[in-house]
Write a protein that binds this ligand. Structure first.
Ligand code: ZN
Length: 304
């Protein structure tokens, strides 16, 4: 197990009152350091232009990397570019790539990237929903193009639908995308009929749904698809905003539910992927929920 992060991720400044704030990452890193003192921390490199261009248009790179304003700039109502945001976004995507390389090269079997901004809402050409670059998509494309993998699975249990990841890979059969998310909720995508080329599987949970509904959805609908795909690598969009404490959504998960789904993902990764899993922090906006959920998730990643 390795942890990947970079201090630059703390400097992405979304402004006063914004839920996607540096304190989120501080809470996660402190909780992981306390709970897992023996796990090494690695400093994320910057993603390269070539790595980003596998999944993003040059126009989005220009928006994120070439907006040299001394002030915060809103790219949409919720998505902010501050002077330090480009560096944070490069390190977040770079963590995903470097962690994936570490796992593919066999230096470690599992990795968790404690980074921000999150990524799964960013499409090929649009930064949205607090996300600038889709870091997990950058990692998946890297694993296919550079690592030569033919089957990479992305498992997304963030409470929001990973519309960006889905849009990037909906016509790429090398990548399986599985998502559970609350509906109705931002970004109002992720309907079960959205199937891409058969490589997309979405499951919706109603507001108020708790751990029983979440587990049943994964057990009966999504995990069988993951198993049948026989992934060579599993990437996880680990948002913890389906926790009952989260202020932005209305699901009722507890930390144990994240441990449960992680156990199930680990079992399938052990069966097909030599246990290889790279998990990325996505959303999660209550600090206590982030602390206990990230620890439960990582404990299950380590346990196998
Ligand atoms: Zn989310």
């Amino acid at each position: 197990m390795e942890f990947w992060s970079h201090d630059a991720c703390l400097l992405h400044d979304t402004g006063p009152g914004h839920p996607e704030r540096p304190e989120r990452l501080i809470a996660v890193c402190e909780a992981l350091r306390d709970a897992f003192p023996d796990v090494p921390w690695r400093e994320a490199p910057r993603a390269t232009r070539g790595q980003l261009l596998r999944v993003h248009d040059a126009s989005l790179l220009a928006t994120v990397l070439d907006t040299h304003s001394p002030n915060r700039v809103h790219v949409d109502a919720d998505t902010v570019l501050s002077p330090a945001s480009a560096e944070a976004a490069l390190r977040a995507a770079g963590a995903a790539v470097a962690a994936t390389e570490a796992v593919l090269h066999g230096r470690t079997q599992r990795a968790f990237c404690a980074v921000r901004p999150p990524g799964h809402h960013a499409t090929r050409d649009i930064a949205m929903g607090f996300c600038l670059f889709d870091s997990i998509a950058v990692a998946a494309a890297h694993a296919c193009d550079e690592g030569g993998l033919e089957r990479v699975a992305i498992v997304d249990f963030d409470v929001h639908h990973g519309n960006g990841t889905q849009a990037i890979f909906e016509h790429d059969p090398r990548v399986l995308f599985l998502s559970s998310h609350q509906s109705p909720l931002y970004p109002d995508t992720g309907y079960p009929e959205e199937r891409g080329d058969g490589n997309i599987h979405n499951a919706m949970l109603r507001p108020g749904a708790g751990g029983d509904a979440f587990r049943a959805t994964w057990r009966d609908v999504l995990l069988p698809e993951l198993d049948a795909f026989r992934p060579q690598l599993v990437l996880v969009s680990a948002g913890f905003d389906a926790h009952w404490r989260d202020p932005l959504a209305q699901l009722q998960l507890q930390a144990e539910d994240y441990a449960w789904v992680t156990d199930e993902i680990v079992a399938i990764a052990e069966r097909h992927a030599r246990g290889r899993i790279v998990s990325m922090l996505e959303g999660g906006y209550d600090l206590d929920a982030l602390r206990e959920s990230s620890v439960a998730h990582v404990a299950a990643l380590i346990a196998d």
